[in-house]
Design a protein around this ligand. Structure first.
Ligand code: PEP
Ligand code: MN
Length: 337
């Protein structure tokens, strides 16, 4: 249920109303925009009569929210949420590019890629340390050592780092990670979602291989229910009957998610395509569809990458991609800052 307050409503009366609602066991999610002041009620609102609320002198309107997601719902928070990743803004007109290798492989590899993607205009550095691989015999990542190499690259470049967590027991290792990634395979690992919610750190939540958009938003709700609203949603391609690409990029997820929620939405064209030459057209489509950012895999030597080489761009290809995207981003009224 949401309560739209009257403009210039008496603040003391609003506080009294909030106290009364909290006394009835509801928690209140307040959203104060430029023009609207909304109280989102979370909990069992069945016993709350709309007529009782409408009788309050501070209430303009009351609406029941039928969707199961509340805190992530745009009805609760009409304005775009801007996620702040250690000073880099994502959403609300700020377009952010995350780039880097699929996995951290060595100090020189992550250092070279970090410097080149930064020079090309990426603002956040990605690199997997704990890798979710389909085969247990594939490279599993450098784990804690990989995190340490990412920290070195951050110290050298000043770029905030983005890396995937696979297990809540690893959370202490991620205490200084600027943006914690929840991968597609863990989108519905609810204990992990609660743990990163409690961590209070910004989270990049990737859509599961065959998750519906509502399931994705419900996973964001798990993080937000712990009091963490710093969540970025990521569409990275889904499983369909099509086999020409690694996955099928669901571009319609962008406008739909932005209608459903107030959270920023980024696209990962690399995992969607699985093929390097297709990254550029998919990235351009993402910008045109209204995405708030991109996550792109870049490797200094894709042919010898330990993971996802086929979809990785070289630093030169990434730089050319950024040059192509710049005018499109500004055409969409966003800034690449
Ligand atoms: C990744 O970003 O390297 C990754 C494993 O992505 P996803 O979870 O989308 O497969
Ligand atoms: Mn990858």
């Amino acid at each position: 249920m949401i309560i739209i307050l009257k403009q210039n409503a008496d603040q003391a009366a609003v506080k009294d109303l909030c106290r009364e609602l909290e006394g009835r066991g509801l928690s209140i999610h307040e959203s104060q925009g430029a023009e609207t002041h909304i109280l989102g009620l979370v909990g069992d609102t069945k016993s709350i009569a709309e007529s009782w609320l409408r009788a309050s002198p501070v209430v303009e309107d009351v609406r029941r929210v039928s969707e199961p997601y509340k805190k992530a719902n745009r009805k609760f928070h009409p304005e775009d949420t801007v996620v702040n990743v250690s000073g880099v803004k994502v959403g609300g007109g700020h377009f952010a590019v995350i780039a880097g290798p699929c996995s951290v492989e060595s100090e020189s590899q992550i250092g070279t890629v970090a410097a080149s993607v930064q020079a090309a205009g990426a603002k956040l550095l990605r690199g997997g340390a704990f890798k979710p691989r389909t085969s247990p015999y594939s490279f599993q990542g450098m784990r804690a050592e990989g995190l340490e190499l990412l920290r070195h690259a951050r110290a050298k470049t000043g770029m905030p780092i983005v890396t995937e967590i696979m297990n809540n027991e690893h959370l202490p290792l991620f205490a200084d990670v600027d943006l914690i990634q929840i991968g597609a395979r863990n989108m519905q690992n609810f204990e992990l979602l609660k743990a990163v919610g409690r961590s209070g750190r910004p989270v990049l939540l990737k859509r599961g291989l065959s998750a519906t958009l509502e399931e994705l938003v419900m996973s964001a709700e798990y993080i937000m229910a712990e009091g963490n609203d710093q969540v970025i949603l990521c569409e990275r391609g889904i499983r369909t009957f099509e086999t020409s690409m690694r996955n099928t990029l669901d571009i319609s997820a962008v406008p739909m998610l932005k209608k459903m929620t107030h959270l920023p939405v980024v696209i990962d064209p690399s995992h969607a395509a699985g093929i390097a030459w297709m990254v550029q057209p998919l990235a351009a489509a993402a910008v045109a569809a209204g995405a708030d950012g991109l996550m792109v895999e870049v490797h200094n030597d894709p042919a010898h990458a330990l993971c996802d080489g086929a979809q990785s761009l070289t630093p030169a290809q990434f730089s050319a991609l950024m040059d192509k995207l710049r005018p499109l981003v500004s055409l969409m009224g966003k800034t690449l800052d």
